[in-house]
Design a protein. Structure first.
Length: 234
């Protein structure tokens, strides 16, 4: 579904990604893990069209999408949840969800999408008239995930969904992510919480200093000596 081939990206003279190649197959969860500053968010932003690569290519469903506008990437079926969720704080929960139905096609199916989101996240229906800024961290993350689903994506990209959340909330969010995969949505998951990410993912990539250093089935990565020593403290 998604294929990155030797993607490099920079901020000014600072090179962040160095010939990164990875692929995501339909209806699977792929985890991209690594330390803070490794380039994980930059990679997601490159797929979304927020960062233009200096070299390499990005393909989605067999079509090159590197260099096209972010709204075009969204309309093709890729939606991204940024770190922290970033809801519109002075809009209600329902208004935030409706903002997710940005494209013409998604807007036509807005009501149907709302009901689907409410089934996945019943709390959002209960808090529909509540301002987003009054929600807890976990609730804001659920709202961001629901807003992502309103665009009716084929591929959802999550950037550090567990950041700053209590362990109990993290468990709940990862359960929701698995449920989305079970509904047929493909997931690209960026996480510093490597143990949780690899436990729910089908496959994983380890990014260090802008390069992919390991790739494979998640179960194998969890038992890899480098991963255990460098990231799991084992």
């Amino acid at each position: 579904m998604l294929k990155l081939t030797k993607i490099s990206a920079s901020y000014g003279k600072v090179r962040v990604l160095r010939e990164v190649s990875l692929d995501v197959n339909e209806k699977e969860i792929v985890a991209l893990v690594g330390a803070n500053g490794a380039g994980k968010s930059t990679m997601l932003n490159t797929v979304s069209g927020l960062v233009n690569p200096t070299s390499g290519s990005v393909e989605f469903l067999g079509k090159r999408i590197d260099g096209i506008a972010p709204y075009e990437v969204l309309e093709m079926g890729i939606s991204q949840v940024p770190e922290g969720g970033k809801p519109f704080p002075d809009m209600t929960v329902k208004e935030n969800l409706e903002m997710g139905a940005y494209s013409k096609e998604a807007w036509k199916m807005k009501e149907e999408s709302l009901e689907s989101v409410y089934k996945t996240f019943p709390l959002l229906k209960e808090r529909g008239k509540q301002l987003a800024r009054t929600l807890s961290g976990g609730q804001r993350q659920m709202l961001a995930m629901g807003r992502c689903l309103m665009s009716r994506p084929r591929l959802c990209m999550f950037d550090e969904p567990s950041y700053g959340l209590a362990p109990v909330v993290v468990e709940e969010l990862f359960t929701f992510i698995q449920a989305l995969r079970d509904q047929g949505i493909t997931i690209l998951l960026v996480e510093q919480n490597i143990l949780h990410a690899l436990e729910i993912a089908d496959r994983g990539y380890v990014l260090e200093n802008g390069r992919i250093v390991l790739a494979g089935v998640s179960k194998d990565l969890l038992t890899n000596d480098h991963v255990r020593k460098a990231y799991l403290g084992l």
